[in-house]
Design a protein around this ligand. Structure first.
Ligand SMILES: Cc1ncc(COP(=O)(O)O)c(C=O)c1O
Length: 507
């Protein structure tokens, strides 16, 4: 094999990591090749087994290998990671400790196998974007459409009138005035009747996490729309529950598929987005909605309805939110992130009964309460009709961007792909007629100067079809055509077995 320098300055773990990384970088170990089992490696180079485990964990963290439970550790198809992200072994003088000093930590971390979605998400988040790249992968709203100046004025008002709003602790459930304002929105949309049902959270992201943790644990079975928002998937999977995929079509979540799952499993939770679903932009049809609620009542499970995009609607009539028809079975989650601004981190849950008490308990454990200043800001902002005016101004802008993206898809990808026309939200879900290697397409798209969110990042289970989420919230309408043209070029390149195929996507 090779000689280890024992007792030297470089740890055994790091020497082995460098050894394997060099073999992979130079192509002597090829994508898909299996590394020796940890016990075999330990025996071969005379190290203890835990060290071998650390070596493979570190290689996995660096994106070189992937572990398949019961099958072994394999060299990954890797996408480019900026040098600064991988070259963590050199620290500035007097700076942070080097990766070498920190290797011991790997043996201490709780084992957390990476899911396919984790890998795809990490790859897309770490991938470098060239200066003129057209970022169709970013799901953020446009900051220009957020009311930052108005919020700055309100912040000054708060500082003048009630300076202790910044420093005083609040009730766990949230600032009473904010809960009242959110209940007003809830009464109009159908998801709440009183402020007592509202728990303010740190973004919808925390709301989803609290719900998952309140309901699920190892041995439980839950169902989630697939594709969905990566965050809800991560929170549900982190509980140790088995998370099954519910397909989504143009009428929303497939309730026939849910019935097939119910024939075989006792489930506790179905997580979906009833309106303007991320990423498909679809609504749950009235028939499916009625059937879902009937099943929830007769089979006794909770429905988690995430409505963060429900107010971001361009087409079609909104239905009353699901919770209006089954308040003790439906847990509603929402936030101000897509309309007022994600930096506020103001989200909320509408729920009732023992479940709400459990959520409050978990909220105390998580962070006692959501920061006070954003709650005061949001409460004052929501006085009067500012929010409604904001939506009236923003929706036509997003609709125009959606239309520009759809026109570009029609022009450049109509022969290769299909998509739903989203009723709202910020995304278009595009599925290729013939599958290709999703990672290779992603790498090629970056080379061509565009990016998307690989479908695998938001699927509960790997799918046989190749899909991607293209987002239009941030991109100027004039750039969609070029962005999608570059994507079409990348697709042709991958189909030809072009550069990605030739280099094994390792450059
Ligand atoms: C469907 C969905 N739910 C929840 C969230 C999280 O929202 P927040 O930023 O309020 O935490 C997002 C964020 O993109 C989302 O797309």
């Amino acid at each position: 094999m090779f000689d280890l320098e024992r007792g030297g300055e470089v740890s055994i773990t790091q020497q082995l990591v460098t050894h394997f990384a060099t073999l992979i970088d130079s192509g002597r170990l090829q994508p898909g090749e299996r590394l020796p089992a940890t016990r075999a490696l330990a025996a071969e180079v005379a190290i203890n087994h835990l060290t071998a485990v650390r070596v493979y964990r570190r290689l996995a963290e660096l994106g070189y290998v992937t572990a398949a439970v019961g099958r072994g550790t394999f060299v990954r198809q890797r996408i480019p990671v900026p040098a600064s992200a991988t070259d963590a072994t050199t620290a500035p003088p007097g700076g942070a400790p080097s990766a070498r000093d920190e290797d011991w930590q790997l043996g201490m971390l709780a084992a957390r196998p990476m899911t396919y979605a984790d890998e795809m998400l990490r790859d897309s988040l770490h991938a470098p974007l060239a200066g003129d790249a057209i970022a169709l992968g970013s799901g953020y709203p446009d900051p220009e459409l957020c009311p930052s100046e108005e919020l700055a004025r309100i912040a000054a008002e708060i500082a003048r009138e009630t300076p202790r709003a910044v420093t005083d602790y609040l009730q766990v459930e949230g600032l009473p005035e904010l809960r009242e304002r959110l209940a007003e929105l809830g009464r109009a949309a159908g998801y709440a009747t009183s402020a007592d049902e509202i728990l303010v959270t740190t973004g919808a992201r925390q709301a989803l996490d609290l719900v998952a943790r309140a309901l699920l644990g190892p041995g439980d079975v839950a169902v989630v729309e697939s594709p969905t928002f990566a965050g809800v998937l991560a929170s549900m999977q982190a509980t140790g529950a088995r998370v099954l995929a519910l397909p989504v079509d143009e009428h929303g979540a497939d309730i026939d598929a849910l019935e097939r799952i119910l024939a075989r499993h006792e489930i506790k939770l179905v997580a979906l987005q009833e309106a303007c679903q991320n990423p498909t932009g679809t609504d749950l049809s009235p028939q499916r909605r009625a059937r879902l609620l009937e099943l929830a009542r007769t089979r006794g499970f909770f429905v988690l309805d995430d409505g963060v995009y429900a107010t971001m609607r361009f087409d079609g009539e909104p239905q009353r939110r699901l919770r209006a028809d089954a308040p003790s079975h439906v847990i509603y989650v929402d936030s101000l992130s897509k309309t007022i601004g994600g930096g506020l981190r103001i989200g909320w849950i509408a729920a009732s009964g023992p479940l709400l008490s459990r959520l409050v308990q978990l909220k105390i454990h998580a962070d006692i309460h959501t920061a006070a200043l954003p709650q005061h800001l949001a409460a004052r902002y929501l006085r009067g009709d500012r929010h409604a005016r904001l939506l009236r101004a923003a929706l036509p802008v997003y609709r125009a961007r959606r239309d520009a993206l759809l026109a570009a898809l029609e022009r450049h990808l109509a022969h290769d792909a299909t998509w739903h026309v989203p009723h709202g939200g910020h995304h278009v879900w595009v599925t290729l007629r013939d599958p290709v290697d999703e990672r290779a397409l992603y790498v090629e798209a970056l080379r061509a100067g565009t990016a998307f969110l690989p479908g695998g990042a938001v699927m509960a289970e790997p799918a046989s079809r190749t899909s991607m989420r293209l987002s239009f919230g941030l991109v100027e309408p004039a750039r969609f055509d070029e962005g999608v043209r570059r994507l079409a070029v990348a697709l042709r390149e991958v189909r030809r077995g072009g550069r990605s195929g030739a280099t094994g996507a390792l450059s």
